[in-house]
Design a binder for this molecule. Structure first.
Ligand code: C2O
Ligand code: CU
Length: 476
């Protein structure tokens, strides 16, 4: 399949130029949806499945991984040992973070694992977590918004042998949809507004997998779409133009227990939602995003967009019926007396503090199950925790909608919302290398709306230094 993403922008540019407020631009669905290729891998002499990811400048202001824009899809099985060779061919330092992956902190690719220009970073770990749609993107302190916006992002799929019979033929009935909003000027990516305003960049042009104005042809009666919101700040409320019901089968960190019917799902930056939708032969239907209140186009939640036209072939191959049970992980249930930590979100601070790379904010015993209460005292934010999976206990005191009941790693907080999370921490201990928790609206993250936690051997919490000596940054 010929890639028709940014390359075609030179032609389409004049139609798309202008950096005005984000109004809905009706689409013509002229371009076949690009499907990110599966990343090639080999088993190295030590038995690791190894991948090479090269971060490099592309054309038209974009950056990509093994290409001009976005990255390939990494796909592995639970239980495999993986090794990555991440080479930075960009003009500046960056990192590559495995968002949703449960691994040792030194392999996490957060702000402490800087990869200098010209250098290669080679993290390795054993994939030991349930089937999930995870992803990777840079995480350099203060520069994540620009690096992700330029196009450094890719999917990382974990399969679990013996999982439920869901559509899983990649690119055929299991279709990734990486949703991003951009500002283009004559086919060139405009990067200046990444830091603008309260929320940062809100683009007026949507790209799915790097394709503007996309359509996709489907050939089966049921199709699984893996949605990833890889936008800087925009929140989408996704459904079909005819409001048909579909089934949510997965959240950020894995499958649900059972399919959850829905006709709209809200997805904020960093979140993933897997849905299965049914189609009849020969029909076309548009996937779109409709704001809840439609009052203000400068609000990341409230704009309307067409996203993708789905064109069903004249005859469709019958899919297996959707399983009643999906086998997703049991909800995280906090034990009696579970430790409660509270995080108040304000404009760009957490608990009144800005991110400090040398400060450890929280020390967590390995394997703990805790309650994290997030109290948003201001406008919309979200909250992502590295390394963990959590269950949303409640949002503003109410249980979450069924489609958010599965395992999560990122949660959206509307203006003034409170959420309570039951968080299960992993067992990779390292008292001097922190994981991050932060707002995933990238301007906020860059402005310091982030904190650091370490996971340590239970009983040693009080011995752990709360500062990291300056210069103590692992380079892997
Ligand atoms: Cu998607 Cu701390 O990141
Ligand atoms: Cu925020």
């Amino acid at each position: 399949m010929k890639r028709r993403s940014l390359l075609s922008l030179a032609v389409l540019g004049p139609l798309l130029s202008g950096c005005s407020g984000a109004d809905v631009q009706p689409l013509t669905f002229a371009n076949r949806l690009h499907i990110p290729p599966l990343a090639p891998s080999e088993i190295d002499p030590d038995g690791f499945r190894s991948f090479a990811l090269n971060l490099q400048p592309g054309k038209n202001g974009t950056w990509g991984i093994n290409g001009d824009h976005l990255g390939p899809t990494v796909r592995v099985k639970r239980g495999e040992r993986v090794r990555m060779a991440v080479t930075n061919r960009l003009p500046e330092a960056t990192t590559l973070h495995w968002h949703g992956m449960r691994l040792p902190a030194r392999m996490d690719g957060g702000p402490h694992q800087s990869i200098e220009s010209g250098a290669t970073w080679t993290p390795q770990w054993t994939v030991d977590q349930p089937a999930a749609t995870t992803w990777f993107h840079p995480h350099p302190h203060g520069k994540t918004a620009t690096h992700v916006y330029r196009g450094l992002a890719g999917l990382f799929l974990v399969d679990e042998p013996g999982g439920p019979a869901l559509p899983s033929d990649y690119g055929v009935d299991d279709i990734p949809l990486i949703v991003q909003d951009k500002i283009l000027d004559n086919g060139r990516l405009v990067t200046g507004p990444v830091d603008n305003g309260t929320f940062g960049l809100l683009g007026d042009t949507i790209m799915i997998n790097g394709t503007i104005d996309p359509y996709v042809e489907v050939t089966t009666t049921q199709v699984r779409f893996r949605l990833l919101n890889a936008s800087n700040t925009r929140v989408y409320r996704i459904g079909f133009a005819d409001n048909r019901t579909f089934h949510v089968v997965g959240g950020d960190a894995g499958l649900l227990r059972e399919p959850a019917p829905a006709d709209r799902v809200k997805i904020s930056p960093g979140e993933r939602i897997e849905i299965v939708a049914a189609f009849s032969p020969g029909e076309t239907v548009v996937l779109n995003s409709i704001g809840e209140n439609r009052r203000d186009a400068n609000d990341p939640e409230e704009d309307d967009f067409e996203l993708l036209k789905v064109v069903a072939a004249a005859s469709l191959k019958p899919s297996k019926p959707l399983p009643r049970a999906l086998g997703g992980p049991a909800p995280v249930i906090p034990p009696p007396g579970a430790r409660v930590r509270r995080f108040a979100l304000s404009g760009s601070e957490i608990n009144g503090r800005d991110m400090d790379m040398n400060r450890i904010d929280e020390v967590v015993p390995a394997g703990a199950v805790e309650i994290w209460e997030i109290d948003n005292t201001t406008y919309a934010h979200n909250f992502h925790i590295h390394e963990v999976a959590f269950t949303i206990l409640d949002i503003n005191g109410e249980p979450p909608p069924a489609y958010l009941a599965g395992p999560k790693d990122t949660v959206f907080l509307k203006k003034h919302a409170d959420v309570r999370l039951a968080v299960r921490f992993g067992r990779h201990t390292d008292p001097v290398t922190p994981y991050m928790y932060h707002c995933h609206l990238l301007r906020h993250e860059d402005k310091g709306m982030m904190g650091q936690f370490v996971i340590v051997d239970p009983g040693t919490e009080h011995l752990i230094p709360r500062t990291i000596p300056t210069g103590h940054h692992h380079h892997g």
